[in-house]
Design a protein around this ligand. Sequence first.
Ligand code: ADP
Ligand code: ADP
Length: 225
Amino acid sequence: AADLELADVTKAYGDTLAVDHISLKIPAGTYCCLLGPSGCGKSSTLRMVAGHEFISDGDIMIGNTIVNDLPPARRGTAMMFQNYALFPHLNVRENVAFALKMAGVAKAERLKKADAMLALVDMGAYAERLPAQLSGGQQQRIALARALVTNPTVLLLDEPLSALDPFLRIRMRAELKRYQREFGISFVHVTHSQEEAMALADMVVVMNDGRIEQVGTPREVFNSP
Ligand code: ADP
Ligand code: ADP
């Protein structure tokens, strides 16, 4: 477990200032929801933490390490996307194991860990299937297994539940909270849904126009005028 800290972080795309000098500390083990209208800089912030995007200015720290220049696989982060982003030609087990290949784990060990994680997310029976043979909700669980198998300090989620039907969405929320408790990991979860943030977050960060407008518990943020 480790704190995640953004210090004066900025992202510019040409003339567009997508993220404008934001500072934020997310204590270890916190479920943080990043909320705000489309285009306010949520995804850019997440991608900078993940290492999928260079930062233009400032520092990102995980624990005592400045991760600005570390590749994604060496930051202790894992990312889960809205569209699952599974490899269509790899079966479920291989998809989960692939995350460990990036981290340099040997093949036999990768497959063993993948199977253990699939059992944990209740998808052990589907190890040999291809993603296209699974429902959206099942693909979602595989994407979650692939993120968790690397044993991340911080799990980064970009609108992960928006493609699910309401029933599955409620179920996945409960599971995400369970993994928070069981593994002690932090979450940074991008959403535009206040209801989702209310259900999941210990800490809500409201962004607008590249800046942080409000930080607090759901109660503090949503009850304020
Ligand atoms: P959100 O996730 O809140 O919708 P984004 O971080 O995706 O916001 O986008 C913030 C701003 O940066 C928007 O104005 C968007 O158009 C712009 N932007 C995002 N990604 C890129 C990119 N790769 N190139 C240029 N502009 C981008
Ligand atoms: P979201 O609002 O969910 O962040 P977007 O539709 O804004 O998603 O962005 C989807 C993808 O397009 C992202 O990879 C983002 O970097 C890229 N993108 C967004 N805005 C721009 C832009 N103005 N120019 C180039 N790429 C962009």
